[in-house]
Design a protein around this ligand. Structure first.
Ligand code: PLP
Length: 446
């Protein structure tokens, strides 16, 4: 039967069966709205992103002081956008069989300062906001115009040392909150799920962060952490499943990208579409970045998430309409994946429903293919990124070779414009991976 003649209900049945069987799928979001309508019904706006960006700028002098590596970007945390034409060639070769037209770029959040992953955007931002509120309330800062370097003074540190920061994490969010929290002098406690890599725990402990390990999965670690923090008046919990602060911290990436694209002479307009592919766990990072990009580029940007076949919590929640009321275990999937940052069984309590009208689609990927991409990227570009980040490479591959995406291009009148397209693979982590672990990942049989 032709795909066209299947009713949407039948299509959904087939899709859900494939998801349940851990088969790789490509999904174009039928609930995506016209961008103006999506913006109108959204509870967050561009001005929320602007104020997050302003806060980051207020902290920039302090960031330079605490983390000299941020000096070259004036105390802001951002990454390079690089062209990966050799990867494009390798993906377009018969072995992989992609058909990528236009330019292929990579956004190297894998190399972000301080935390070496996309979590440096959201996590550090949320710690900034919390520290700022505490400091103003307690007279350490007079106002938002005060000298934020005061936050590195002995007096401020002694105050922060009476306060706790807690977070549940599969690893990278813990690194981001842990490193930033410890740098300001907070007592930081990271609740880690069983998926968390040993080196991430070791690194945190070396920074003086308390790491508590759990047998269970990510949601369990978050739940435990939240309960412990809520029971303690001096404690603040960074809640990856609900935090709008994390979300806005990620969204600022879009503002930074606008300038970078201009510097690269990359045009985004009605004739030059931009495609962005983002690895998705709980949804905060890819959702926040998508939200920011849709505010700035509107209809001309097309954002896709990529998730592991064993942990497609965002896709499952969207396709069923159950959002965070369904977990991947409910349909018999394990939730286990080597892409530890994406080992999430249940989506965020607000991101799925919030981002649905903006999202173009979602792809799932098997672990085996993740390692193939990891090695291909290293071999052809000399860039190392962690397994979670490699999931995004599947985006441009799917874009050019699936019937579902052909239909998406047709529906969005993109056919003739694909030659003018720019594709961005959002590389979300990897810089802090120790050499020994890198070698294991690179040698792993795909
Ligand atoms: C956390 C993470 C993601 C996904 O972010 P979510 O907010 O969980 O969706 C992607 N890649 C890496 C490397 C991560 O650490």
């Amino acid at each position: 039967m032709e795909i066209d003649s299947l009713s949407s209900l039948e299509r959904r049945e087939i899709l859900l069966t494939d998801i349940r069987n851990a088969i790789e799928v490509e999904w174009a979001n039928p609930m995506k709205m016209n961008n103006d309508d999506a913006v109108l019904r959204s509870s967050l706006t561009l001005s929320d992103i602007d104020s997050a960006y302003a806060r980051m700028r207020r902290f920039a002098p302090l960031m330079k002081k605490l983390f000299p590596e941020t000096e070259e970007r004036n105390g802001l945390i951002d990454s390079d956008l690089v062209e990966v034409s050799k990867l494009r060639e390798a993906l377009n070769s018969p072995r992989i069989g992609a058909d990528i037209s236009g330019r292929l770029m990579m956004k190297l959040d894998s190399h972000l300062a301080v935390a070496g992953s996309v979590k440096a955007r959201g996590g550090i931002y949320e710690v900034m906001k919390h520290a700022e509120i505490l400091a103003v309330e307690n007279g350490i800062l007079e106002s938002f115009e005060d000298d934020y370097c005061k936050l590195a003074d002995e007096e401020a540190r002694e105050f922060f040392a009476t306060r706790k920061l807690q977070v549940g994490s599969t690893g990278n969010l813990g690194l981001s909150i842990g490193i930033m929290g410890a740098a300001l002098g907070f007592q930081t406690i990271v609740h880690m799920s069983s998926d968390a890599r040993q080196w991430k725990k070791d690194l945190l402990r070396s920074k003086g962060v308390t790491v508590i390990e759990y047998e269970g999965n990510y949601s369990d670690a978050v739940k435990e952490g939240r309960a412990k923090s809520d029971a303690d008046e001096s404690s603040y919990f960074v809640d990856d499943e609900h935090s709008q602060e994390l979300f806005l911290g990620y969204a600022v990436a879009a503002k930074m990208l606008v300038r970078q694209l201009a510097a690269e002479h990359i045009v985004v307009d009605g004739d030059h579409p931009l495609f962005v592919y983002l690895p998705c766990g709980v949804g905060g990072a890819p959702g926040g970045i998508t939200f920011g990009l849709k505010q700035l580029f509107g209809e001309n940007v097309h954002c896709f998430f990529v998730e592991p076949t064993q942990a497609p919590c965002m896709l499952l929640g969207m396709v069923t309409g159950l959002f965070d009321n369904i977990s991947v275990q409910d349909i018999g999937l394990s939730g286990n994946t080597q892409a530890d940052g994406l080992a999430v069984s249940r989506q965020s309590g607000f991101v799925g429903e919030f981002i649905l009208p903006f999202l173009s689609g979602d792809f799932t990927i098997k672990d085996k293919r993740i390692f193939e991409y990891l090695q291909l990227l290293w071999q052809h570009e000399g860039i190392f990124i962690e397994p979670s980040a490699c999931a995004a490479i599947h985006g441009p591959v799917c874009m050019g070779r699936s019937a579902v995406m052909d239909e998406y291009k047709y529906d969005n009148r993109l056919g003739k414009k694909m030659a003018n397209a720019t594709h961005i693979i959002w590389a979300t982590g990897g810089n802090l991976v120790p050499e020994e672990v890198r070698q294991q990942l690179l040698a792993r049989k795909a």
